[in-house]
Design a protein around this ligand. Structure first.
Ligand code: ACM
Length: 264
């Protein structure tokens, strides 16, 4: 199975341009699963809830339709971040679209900083989806700070965690490696690059996307500031084996008798 990310700097509030650039980047990608950054169709900063709601779309909707079409053309499942409108709420979501026409969604559970003023917190209990015989979970950016999120996905059988990000801190390369090791899963961190300014606020996004193997090996990584595609061949079967040593299965060795009910 060939997995990939496309790290880039989305054009703020310009879906047409971002979808064009994603299409252009994919023209050179032969992969089974490609992951894109958080909010990659619109960019990250919005001046108000109203502006965000105007840019947000239902899933499925126009942007998912465009990427479903691209997925079919390129024979590549695509995970991408977008603002999702559902009734009068807007979620910071990731969608998985497949060449077979499936469209799945995950809604960011752990909102970061001022996202708390703009988005509704995710209400989906870490769903896992099967694609091409592999179980896939999605997370969005700040979710990486919460080991429970990845653990929920892994306990449900996720072999590959697709992590759409707009990181502004520099710890995710470490945390995602830990999450991969402790859950024995593959991890695709697709971060963005560049700056965004809105009023007095400027954010610098830190790139350095990476793919991590279940033993913590970094299979590929990107620079801090360039548009980059990375593609690696993985064996998802490896993520079914939870042994850290011959006598330590990390799932069977969990002491659920000692953990509080919420962590079992
Ligand atoms: C983040 O959650 N976008 C840092």
């Amino acid at each position: 199975v060939r997995i990939a990310f496309f790290q880039f700097c989305p054009t703020l509030h310009d879906k047409t341009d971002n979808l064009r650039r994603i299409r252009q980047a994919l023209a050179h990608v032969e992969a089974d699963l490609l992951v894109l950054p958080e909010m990659c169709t619109t960019g990250y900063l919005f001046p108000s809830k109203e502006a965000l709601a105007a840019a947000a779309e239902p899933v499925p909707g126009p942007s998912t339709d465009a990427l479903l079409k691209l997925s079919r053309e390129r024979n590549t499942a695509i995970v991408f971040g977008l603002p999702e409108r559902a009734g009068d709420r807007v979620f910071n979501s990731a969608a998985l679209v497949t060449p077979q026409g499936d469209c799945h969604v995950y809604r960011k559970a752990h909102l970061f900083l001022d996202e708390k003023d703009l988005f509704a917190p995710g209400d989906l209990p870490f769903p896992v989806f099967e694609y091409a015989g592999t179980k896939v979970g999605m997370l969005v950016c700040f979710d990486h700070f919460f080991p429970e999120a990845a653990r929920c996905l892994a306990l449900k059988g996720a072999q590959v965690i697709c992590h759409c990000a707009n990181l502004v801190l520099d710890v995710a390369q470490t945390t995602t490696r830990s999450r991969a090791i402790e859950n024995r899963v593959y991890w695709i961190l697709a971060n963005r690059t560049g700056f965004e300014t809105l009023g007095k606020s400027t954010l610098h996004f830190t790139g350095a996307s990476q793919v991590v193997a279940p033993d913590g090996a970094i299979l590929c990584h990107a620079s801090a500031d360039a548009d980059e595609v990375c593609i690696v061949e993985i064996d998802p079967v490896r993520a079914l084996d939870k042994h850290a040593t011959p006598r330590n299965d990390l799932f069977q060795d969990r002491r659920t008798d000692l953990y509080p009910p919420t962590l079992r």
